[in-house]
Design a binder for this molecule. Sequence first.
Ligand code: PMP
Ligand code: GLN
Length: 397
Amino acid sequence: MARMTSMPRPLLNRRLAEFGTTIFAEMSALALSTGSINLGQGFPDTDGPEEVREAAVRALRDGRGNQYPPGPGIPELRTAIAAHQQRRYGLAYDPDTEVLVTAGATEAIAAALLGLLEPGDEVVALEPYYDSYAACIAMAGGRRVPVTLRPRDGAFRLDLDELRAAVTDRTRLLLINTPHNPTGTVLTREELTAIAALAVERDLLVVTDEVYEHLVFDDVEHVPLASLPGMRERTVTIGSAGKTFSFTGWKVGWVTAAPGLVAAVRSAKQFLTYVSSGPFQYAVAEALALPESYFTAFREDMRAKRDLLAAGLAEAGFGVFRTAGTYFITTDIRPLGESDGIAFCRALPERAGVVAIPNAVFYDHREAGAPFVRFAFCKRLEVLEEATRRLAKLRAR
Ligand code: PMP
Ligand code: GLN
């Protein structure tokens, strides 16, 4: 019998209602329940350097970091982060006022947006975007304005005119990600110079997610936006130990920026987690001081994995975009006679025993992302080989 009561108010608020469960949780659960190879969520299937793991054990045993570490992060880690930025990029940051340790890059992104945005502010972000960007912009009451990276010459590229056109008088902030997840694009010095010029001209803040800074391949160069003219004072740079040292569960990230920007991010951060990852902070401080040979070997290992998976995907009949950075390959499923990446990824465990991520979930313009599917190659070579054997079945159909 129909009742005349009004609909109960939904428990989840309107800001978050559109986001549902993150694709990474959904797809990793699917991998587990179907026994599939998980090339979805981007985490390595081997841990990082033994000496870094041991450093964490030592800290834990020695009672360093087992109680709340200082709010901005332990001084040893802040100093190591500043030294890393100086050594690699010639960027000088004061460890006391210009470095903040966060619970992974995820919290850095959230705190930056919550600390810097007023409700109604527009944020221009590259599309496809990492999924937490959209949710955090919404939680901060901002409005996202996506600028779509489009396939050109085998890679996804930014149209600088589109970027310029997306900026309005309400734009407060550009949210940049290079090397870019999920496309594998690394913005060139020329593109970044144009972005910098736009930010200066329109007096915009920039939050730049550079968590894959060490994962660039071949002759590709990672250029930190903060190193370009006029950018240091307006740029919040985000890094993470998860990707660089293959300890994604430790959740140690950081922000480097001018003091006023760091203070704004810290204002939000102190009420999110206050602090996190005590003993791991000591270990990451040591990791950041590893010799250059670690970073070179890490990159070389990932490059070999990229090449293996890219060849396997091409062999299986996918269109394969060139990955210049990150540990992801974006593919086009249209050569396989498919067009809906979400349906394709839901069916893939059953069809081939492999899990991947549909890029469409990283788009506002879902149709623009529909035929693209992302595979992670941060897995052991034998796992990638088995995955490509399984995916080869798709071609036979
Ligand atoms: N930004 C991007 C582009 C990512 O791919 C990820 C996932 N590692 C994050 C941020 C989150 O990093 P973390 O695990 O350090 O929170
Ligand atoms: N950054 C990882 C990816 O893109 C996943 C992180 C997460 O699970 N939130 O796959």
